[in-house]
Design a protein around this ligand. Structure first.
Ligand SMILES: O=C(O)c1ccccc1NCC(=O)[C@H](O)[C@H](O)COP(=O)(O)O
Length: 405
């Protein structure tokens, strides 16, 4: 059964984007131009005026007799800019922390030096040690994306947009499947491995798995593109897209920079994941706008009430994923979906017309029925079907019946 309705194309042509009230040129340049004195901090999207000015930094010198003296020294302009960037980095972390985001976007500037008389020591487990896997992934992503941007600057990606395949309607495919089968639309995940479960499938052919998912009735696919922690890759996304699979594709990536959205689009994605545990509100707002301009669907993922409440305050969000897996501790509890859809919160979600996806830890028809009863219209499933010899059979087992027709 082909993924139906995926062929209703979303705006990706200039004319259609113009109809949404944006100029196509604007869509390619949603960010202010960079200049020597301005830095656009991708994470905060605030223009940081970094005037070059002399900054005096205290220098601590330990003396022979063990005492320490502080002397004022003049710093170079470069150092002044580094200090300013460091301060901005602090600002980013403060903004994130004020929104309940626990992870830090990049390692602090090294473990603090501690002077005690003539001795100097570094506190263990401070500074540059990630506190959980999500923080480790994001720190790694920060370096990885910087290197990728060097190789393929944004200007180059924008030129490639014209040759990108047309975008397909991700939410439309989920809704069509839901009304056709009476079950939540399935986002089937092409995932070889994960930090919590290790290697899930040794004989991993992403195109074969994608085709089996489509045959089994998946409405959309989620394709892991992170290499280091999930053994995925953008080559998988591109190969699945080129293989003729019709299901709309979610680029399952840890997005920390708007550049990644363009890169996902150029590689054939129809949707992109934005994680509230990683991105402050302003980032989510800005990146959701970029998705709209590129015709992509943004799947905004939450794990707890605070993240859900933050996302409900952001206009323009149409698709929210509730992850039953705590990405910090790996604990999985499908009751999390029910908890976040109850009471006023659930009512508000319905009033806003948001489509909800239940994610992680779904293995049986009872699990599907449970989250469906809680109010989801779609589910995102990886482990329980990717491990099956024939993933299309795995889908029928998961739903308790053949959902492919
Ligand atoms: O799965 C992990 O170990 C993991 C660790 C850190 C960040 C994300 C992680 N998983 C991504 C997902 O949320 C799952 O791949 C997806 O929801 C499917 O879950 P499942 O059906 O339980 O494989």
């Amino acid at each position: 059964m082909e993924c139906m309705n995926a062929m209703s194309l979303r705006a990706s042509s200039p004319a259609k984007i113009a109809a949404q009230g944006f100029s196509f040129q604007q869509s390619l340049n949603p960010v202010p131009p960079k200049s020597a004195f301005f830095r656009l901090m991708p994470q905060t999207h605030m223009l940081i005026h970094s005037p070059f000015k002399q900054l005096s930094l205290p220098a601590i010198k330990s003396q022979q007799d063990g005492s320490a003296t502080v002397s004022e020294t003049k710093t170079s302009e470069g150092d002044a800019l580094k200090v300013k960037e460091w301060e901005v980095g602090m600002f980013q972390d403060e903004v994130a922390a004020s929104q309940g985001i626990k992870i830090r976007r990049r390692p602090p500037t090294g473990p603090p030096l501690h002077y005690v008389g003539p001795f100097e020591f570094r506190l263990q487990n401070e500074g540059n040690t990630p506190r959980n896997i999500l923080e480790e992934i994001v720190w790694h992503k920060d370096v990885e994306v910087s290197q990728m941007k060097e190789k393929k600057p944004l200007g180059m990606l924008k030129k490639l947009l014209d040759n990108a395949p047309p975008v397909r309607d991700f939410i439309g495919a989920l809704k069509e499947a839901n009304s056709r089968t009476g079950f939540p639309g399935l986002i089937a995940e092409v995932k070889k491995a994960s930090p919590s479960r290790g290697v899930l499938r040794e004989d991993f052919d992403p195109v074969q798995i994608a085709k089996a998912y489509e045959k089994g009735g998946a409405a959309c696919l989620s394709v892991l593109t992170d290499e280091k922690y999930f053994q995925g890759g953008f080559g998988n996304l591109e190969a699945i897209r080129r293989s003729g699979v019709k299901c709309p594709l979610l680029c399952k990536e840890f997005v920390i920079d708007a550049w990644q959205i363009y890169y996902a689009r150029v590689n054939g994605a129809d949707a992109i994941l934005l994680i509230a545990a990683v991105l402050p509100d302003l980032d989510i707002k800005y990146m959701t706008k970029i998705c709209k301009l590129l015709g992509l669907t943004a799947l905004v993922e939450v794990h707890d009430e605070r993240e859900m409440d933050r996302v409900l305050e952001i206009d323009g969000i149409e698709l929210v994923g509730i992850n039953n897996r705590d990405l910090g501790t790996f604990k999985v509890d499908i009751a999390n979906t029910k908890k976040l859809l109850e009471g006023e919160r659930g009512e508000r979600i319905r009033q806003k017309g948001i489509t909800v996806v239940g994610e992680s830890g779904l293995f049986t028809p009872a699990d599907i029925a449970y989250v469906q009863e809680a109010g989801v219209k779609a589910v995102l499933v990886g482990e329980s079907i990717v491990k099956q010899n024939d993933p299309s059979v795995g889908i029928a087992q998961l739903f308790g019946k053949d959902i492919s027709s």
